[in-house]
Design a binder for this molecule. Structure first.
Ligand code: CA
Length: 222
């Protein structure tokens, strides 16, 4: 999972980054709202946002994301613990609110709970394609498909953003965690692997190329 930490206190940011990386997540850290706003937020699976930042309140950042319908789960981190502060955070669209200092285990438990709520425990379904995210299993029309880890991650990202055209750059960033193509046309190569498993022999095709833009996973017959 890719996590963005917006936190200006270096000690806390470092603590979060190390802890989350130890859990196998990829973590980016920025120290102010301007830097956070410059990022492509939807490439992240989770945001951890401090409230007292040098250039403003993290809650305003979450509110502006929700205003433009960004649904990425966000947890507010703050030293403020008055009830009205919690309410403000949640009303702004934060999915949870954690008061500093907190134990790392508590953060992990909150993250798990937020992801369960926001993703649901249900499988992702696009037409007759089903992804069991927790079990990392994929089937189409009841036939189990065998995907590599990377293929699964790519399909999952496309499925989580179904119906939206995703650029190669965005897919590289989200699935390979890089903006620099490690090979030649890595994304195109993996999309062709996926097509061979997900679409070949099935109807209709679900994985579409949008020329000059990128790829989209959708059932166009619905
Ligand atoms: Ca702060």
């Amino acid at each position: 999972m890719k996590v963005l930490v917006v936190e200006d206190e270096r000690k806390i940011a470092g603590f979060l980054q190390r802890g989350l990386e130890d859990e196998g997540h990829r973590v980016d850290v920025v120290g102010d709202l301007a830097s956070a706003r410059a990022l492509e937020i939807e490439a992240y699976d989770l945001l951890l946002v401090d409230r007292s930042l040098p250039d403003g309140d993290g809650v305003d950042f979450i509110r502006s994301l929700r205003a433009r319908r960004a649904t990425v789960p966000a947890i507010c981190l703050t030293a403020r613990d008055r009830v009205e502060d919690r309410v403000a955070g949640l009303q702004a669209g934060a999915d949870d609110y954690l008061v500093k200092p907190f134990a790392f285990d508590e953060l992990l438990a909150r993250i798990a709970a937020v992801l369960r709520r926001t993703r649901g425990t249900d499988a992702l379904r696009i037409g007759d394609l089903t992804l069991d995210v927790a079990g990392r299993r994929v089937s189409r029309a009841g036939v189990e498909l065998r995907l590599t880890t990377r293929e699964f991650d790519l399909l999952r990202y496309l499925a989580e953003h179904r119906g939206r055209v995703l650029s190669r750059t965005r897919l590289l960033e989200a699935v390979w965690d890089t903006t620099h193509d490690p090979g030649t046309n890595t994304v195109d190569v993996y999309v062709s692997y996926l097509r061979a498993k997900v679409d070949k022999g099935f109807d209709p095709p679900l994985l579409h190329t949008v020329r000059g833009v990128g790829y989209v996973l959708e059932d166009r017959e619905r």
